[in-house]
Design a protein. Structure first.
Lengths: 195, 328
C-alpha cells in the first residue's frame, strides 16, 4: 500500500508507465481540484476547466511510457494544464468573434450567467470599496476585473511595469478585504451551503 | 521562491487574474495547504475577487466523480478500442472552423493586439529569439517580461537580473525597464545588469546607442564602447568608457584580468562556468595579469598554473589550484 508521503515522483511515474491504474488514480485525486481551479483562472468556465484537466490526464495516460519528466510530475501537470487552457482561450476567441453569425453555444458567458447570491447592499459596498482605492490602484483593478485585460496589456496601456501591476492588484485585494472584512464570513458561509 | 505577506497577496492576485505561471500556482497551492490560516486567507481573496463581478464563489470540483469518468475512458483504451472521446465537439468544431477560417484569418490580420511573452532562466544561461526577431541572452536567475505593441512598433521589456540584448529591428523602439531605470534604444546590442544586492544598474553598449532615463530625469545617452551606471540610492547617472572588463564575460566567455587576485579570478570564472574553480588559502592573494578568449576551463586552469607555477588538480566539474605561496 502506498501512502502519499512514501511514494516519490520517480516511483509513481514508473508505476504509471507500467500501467498501474491505482497509482494513476492517486496522482489524479491528489491534484485534480487544484488543477481545475488553476485552469478556471484562465477559461472562466468550470465545466470547461474540468474538461481540460481530464483531457490532460487522459493524454498523460496515453503517453505514459513516452513521457520524460524533467522537473517534477506536478510541474509537468500544471504546465500542461496551463498550455491547454491558453489554447482553449484562443479557440474560444475565434468562436466568440463570430458569435452573431454562429448558432454554436460558447461557454465564455458563464461569468455573467451565474446565479448571484450577492445582495444589493453588499454589491453597493463592494463598488464603494473599489471607488475608494487610490487612483492607479483602482484603474489597474478595473482594467483587470472589468475589462479582462492581461497584466501585460494593462502595463502597456498605463505605461507602468508589469511588476507595478502585480503590486497594485495585490494592494487592491488587500484594501478591499480590509474594507469588507465584516462581510467576508458571510460569503464563506454561503459558499459551504452551495456545495 | 520566498514571499513576504504582501507578496502573498500579489501572488494570489496574479493567480486569480489568470496570470500565474505553473511554478507560482504550485507554490501557492502548497502554501495554502500548509495551514488553515493560509487556506482561509486565500479563500477570502478568492471570494472577494468573484464578488466584484457579482458572482458567488466558484464551484467546488469533485475528484471522485471526475475519476469515474476518466477511469472508464482509460480502461476502454486499455481494451484496444479507440473511442472517439469527444466526437460531438470535434464535429461541431470542424464545421465552425470551416466557416470561420477565412473570417478569423482576416480578423487576426486586422487586429493589432499586444504580443506577450515571459522568459525566465534559473541555473543556466538562456538564449531565445523574441517574436520580432530580436535576440536576448538571459544570465542566470534572470527574468524578462516582454510585451510588443504592433501599432506603435514598440517593445516593452521588464527585466530582473541580467540580460544581453541583440536588437535586430532598426524601425522598432525598445524600452527596457529594470527597477526605476528605463533604457530606450533603436537597433543595438547592449548588456543590462541589475542585481538586487547592488545599488548600481550597469548598462554596457556594444553597438549602437541607448538612452538611459527615469520618470523624473531625462538621463544620459550611452554609445558603443561606453558603460552607463544608474545609482538607485542617489538617482544619479554616470558614464565611463568601457574598459575591457568582465561585464559581458558571461556571454562572450572573454576575460581580462589585470593584476587581479586569484580569489577574484576564481569568483569571476565560477559565475560563468559550471566547473568550479577552487583556490587554496595560501595562494588566494597571488596576483595575475592574463586574458582568455572563449576557452575551456581546463585550458584556463593550465595557463594560470603555468604562469604562477602552481599545481592543478582536475576533477569532474572541479579544478583545484594548490601552492605554498606567491612567487614574486
Amino acid at each position: 500500500m502506498m501512502s502519499h508521503s512514501e511514494v516519490s515522483d520517480n516511483d509513481l511515474l514508473r508505476q504509471i508507465a507500467g500501467g498501474n491504474v491505482n497509482a494513476f488514480e492517486m496522482l489524479f485525486k491528489q491534484h485534480y481540484e487544484n488543477l481545475c481551479r488553476y485552469a478556471s483562472t484562465f477559461v472562466r468556465d468550470n465545466d470547461e476547466a474540468e474538461d481540460i484537466v481530464q483531457k490532460t490526464f487522459v493524454t498523460f495516460w496515453e503517453k505514459r511510457t513516452d513521457i520524460a519528466v524533467e522537473t517534477s510530475l506536478k510541474s509537468y501537470l500544471y504546465g500542461a494544464v496551463r498550455n491547454a487552457a491558453l489554447n482553449n482561450i484562443k479557440h474560444q476567441q475565434v468562436r466568440q468573434k463570430h458569435a452573431a453569425t454562429m448558432t454554436v453555444a460558447d461557454h465564455i458567458a458563464s461569468e455573467s450567467a451565474s446565479d448571484s447570491l450577492i445582495s444589493e447592499e453588499l454589491n453597493g459596498r463592494i463598488n464603494a470599496a473599489i471607488a475608494q482605492l487610490p487612483e492607479q490602484c483602482r484603474r489597474v483593478f478595473e482594467l483587470s476585473r472589468f475589462e479582462g485585460l492581461k497584466y501585460a496589456e494593462i502595463a502597456v496601456q498605463l505605461g507602468i511595469s508589469v511588476k507595478t501591476v502585480e503590486n497594485q492588484m495585490g494592494k487592491a485585494l488587500r484594501r478591499m478585504r480590509d474594507e469588507l472584512h465584516e462581510y467576508l464570513p458571510i460569503l464563506i458561509i454561503l459558499g459551504y451551503f452551495s456545495v | 521562491m520566498n514571499f513576504s505577506n504582501e507578496h502573498i497577496d500579489e501572488l494570489i492576485g496574479k493567480y486569480l487574474a489568470g496570470e500565474a505561471t505553473p511554478e507560482e500556482a504550485i507554490w501557492l497551492d502548497d502554501w495554502r495547504q500548509q495551514s488553515l490560516e493560509n487556506e482561509r486567507h486565500f479563500a477570502q481573496l478568492e471570494k472577494l475577487f468573484c464578488a466584484t463581478n457579482g458572482q458567488n464563489e466558484p464551484v467546488r470540483f469533485n475528484p471522485d466523480k471526475a475519476w469515474k469518468q476518466v477511469e472508464s475512458r482509460i480502461k476502454e483504451q486499455k481494451q484496444g478500442r479507440v473511442i472517439p472521446l469527444w466526437a460531438n465537439q470535434w464535429r461541431v468544431a470542424a464545421s465552425v472552423a470551416a466557416l470561420v477560417a477565412f473570417g478569423a484569418a482576416l480578423f487576426f490580420i486586422l487586429q493589432p493586439s499586444p504580443m506577450y511573452l515571459e522568459l525566465a532562466s534559473t541555473d543556466r544561461i538562456l538564449t531565445d529569439t523574441l517574436p520580432q526577431g530580436d535576440i536576448v541572452h538571459l544570465n542566470r536567475q534572470s527574468t524578462i517580461h516582454y510585451a510588443y505593441h504592433k501599432r506603435q512598433k514598440t517593445a516593452h521589456i521588464d527585466l530582473t537580473g541580467e540580460a544581453f540584448f541583440d536588437l535586430r529591428n532598426p524601425d522598432q523602439t525598445t524600452v527596457v525597464k529594470t527597477g526605476n531605470l528605463m533604457i530606450r534604444d533603436i537597433g543595438t546590442k547592449f548588456n543590462v545588469q541589475h542585481r538586487t544586492d547592488r545599488d548600481t544598474i550597469h548598462v554596457s553598449v556594444l553597438e549602437g546607442e541607448v538612452q538611459l532615463y527615469t520618470e523624473e530625469n531625462e538621463g544620459i545617452a550611452v554609445k558603443a564602447g561606453e558603460t552607463g551606471w544608474y545609482l538607485q540610492s542617489t538617482r544619479a547617472f554616470e558614464k565611463f568608457t568601457s574598459t575591457p572588463s568582465n561585464e559581458l564575460s558571461w556571454k562572450t566567455r572573454n576575460f581580462h584580468f589585470n593584476n587581479a587576485t586569484l580569489r577574484e579570478v576564481a569568483q569571476t570564472l565560477n559565475a560563468v562556468y559550471d566547473t568550479r574553480f577552487i583556490i587554496e588559502q595560501p595562494i588566494e592573494n597571488c596576483r595575475i595579469t592574463v586574458q582568455f578568449y572563449n576557452e575551456q576551463p581546463e585550458q584556463i586552469a593550465e595557463v594560470i598554473a603555468e604562469t604562477l607555477g602552481l599545481e592543478v588538480v582536475n576533477e569532474e566539474n572541479k579544478i583545484t589550484f594548490k601552492g605554498l605561496g606567491c612567487a614574486q
